[in-house]
Design a protein around this ligand. Structure first.
Ligand SMILES: N[C@@H](CCC(=O)N[C@@H](CS)C(=O)NCC(=O)O)C(=O)O
Length: 240
């Protein structure tokens, strides 16, 4: 049994998609990051970086309980555990890993910063908005070029690279990404949306989000974007 301790953000959803694709038995344990659950001592045991997602595999390597943080590493772990969605052929495997790491190193951080400066920053910083919006659009061009040359982003077969990238690209219309200018990306995106596991994820993400929003009613929420407070929260949760 896999416990996914998470929130259905893009990083959470990529693991949800993988769990649905593999057919593993799993449960979603809500970690309400707007309430600061990620700073609880129990959660920090699973994810010392106070970020979602984390998993607990009750039957990990050697049959014993195993915990993990970092969504890209979790996808590789689940692929190896189930022998699915990460080819054993060396060339295909390294192709997939390149594109998985491209998501982790570029798409996640850059799209995340664009979202922050567009929607949540305390000040309207035009330079920061332009920097991250331009970079996000460039990354969509990389994806469009890749989808022109390859059926799936990770190679000729559907893989963990596609699962990692898809949830991050759901808001592509906000970036002005459309079928006319990014036809190959859109072909890939539409193919992703046709997958039953992806459809189930989209539905589950909506339901879990509604449940977690309800759980915040009447409670004090933290300001996730206050990095000074976050550093203090971690320090106080982990002081010896
Ligand atoms: N590299 C990490 C990034 C995880 C991450 O940034 N998670 C965000 C939500 S998408 C989070 O937990 N934020 C809570 C916080 O900042 O305290 C991964 O891919 O697992």
């Amino acid at each position: 049994m896999i416990e996914l301790h998470s929130t259905p953000t893009p990083n959470g959803q990529k693991v949800m998609i993988m769990l649905e694709e593999t057919g593993l038995e799993w449960v979603h344990v809500d970690v309400n990051i707007r309430l600061g659950d990620q700073f609880s001592p129990e959660y920090l045991q699973l994810s010392p970086n106070n970020r979602i997602p984390a998993i607990v595999d009750t039957e990990g390597p050697g049959g014993a309980r195993y915990t993990m943080m970092e969504s890209g590493a979790i996808l590789i772990y689940l692929a190896e555990k189930t022998d699915q969605f990460l080819s054993k052929d060396p060339r295909t495997r390294y192709d997939t890993l390149q594109w998985l790491i491209f998501q982790m190193a570029h798409i996640g951080p850059m799209f995340g910063q664009a979202n922050h400066f567009n929607n949540y920053a305390k000040e309207n910083i035009v330079y920061a908005k332009e920097r991250y919006n331009n970079e996000s659009l460039r990354l969509y061009r990389v994806l469009d070029n890749r989808a022109r040359d390859s059926q799936w982003i990770g190679g000729s077969e559907y893989s963990i690279a596609d699962m990692a990238i898809y949830p991050w690209t759901k808001l592509h219309p906000d970036r002005g990404v459309n079928a006319k200018d990014f036809p190959h990306f859109m072909r890939w995106f539409n193919a992703m949306q046709e997958r039953p596991a992806v459809k189930r994820n989209d539905q589950m993400a909506t339901e879990i989000r509604a449940r977690m929003n309800q759980a915040t009613e009447g409670k004090t929420m933290i300001n996730l974007y206050d990095t000074k407070d976050n550093a203090a929260r971690l320090a106080s949760a982990t002081k010896t």
